[in-house]
Design a binder for this molecule. Sequence first.
Ligand SMILES: [Ca+2]
Ligand SMILES: [Ca+2]
Length: 274
Amino acid sequence: MQEYSYPMRTSVFLLSLICLLAAVQAPLIAADLVAVPGGRFVMGDAEGEPDEAPKPVEVAPFRLMRHEVTNAQFAEFVASTGYRTDPERSGAGYAWDGRWRLVPGTDWRHPYGPNSDIEDSADHPVVQVSARDAAAYCAWTGLRLPREAEWEFAARGTDGRRFPWGDAPPQAGPAAPANFGTVACCTADAGDGYPRTAPVGSYPAGASPYGILDMAGNVWEWTADAYPGAPGQIALRGGGWGNNPYCLRVSYRHGNPPDIGLDMVGFRCAADTG
Ligand SMILES: [Ca+2]
Ligand SMILES: [Ca+2]
């Protein structure tokens, strides 16, 4: 009997372990959610584009991820669910080199083309994810994409500032508040330390009034809202690594189709308070 006791104990242990792993649905990398108090603010910029016409908006308290969703976080989702992104299904994603090109073999594991990889980029924001892919990730974590108004409120607070850190456009250099492109629009620029994506949270000087990072630059962020300027498109916010400071303003708006991936677009998730 004794000779069977060890294998039996081992079997029970393995069975328990398998049950435990099967029960794990929630992500292991916990989202750092920041409480945003909500309030009344003026959304938009009178000196911006026509779609930024200022209007007073009331935002209820909510929570927003301090950082953009990383490759490591997204990999956990894919490993757990077998999820396939839109660019993986279509076989191509958009890459920026002064203009957008649809590049075959481009997806979140190969963000800049089939010969690129994310081996050394676990803490960089995931890109080449569509709005639908972003919403699927947020739902898996029990969260949701932020509304446009929530996103802008979290980025600027209530004092009307044009950037998360204040009114001054970003300057390249060691104290840069954001990862952005050339001032003359628009190509990648390493003057802030990174030509393309940077590890999330690399620019603490650019924190929003609530301590939320990379709201300007690094990657554009999908929201939950339709973009009113183009039928069927989804609004994105914040500008990305290839953009100039004008597009990094907290009120700047852009729309893209919901099913495409780009190497300058990622996302972060939000949650209701409570
Ligand atoms: Ca840069
Ligand atoms: Ca961003």
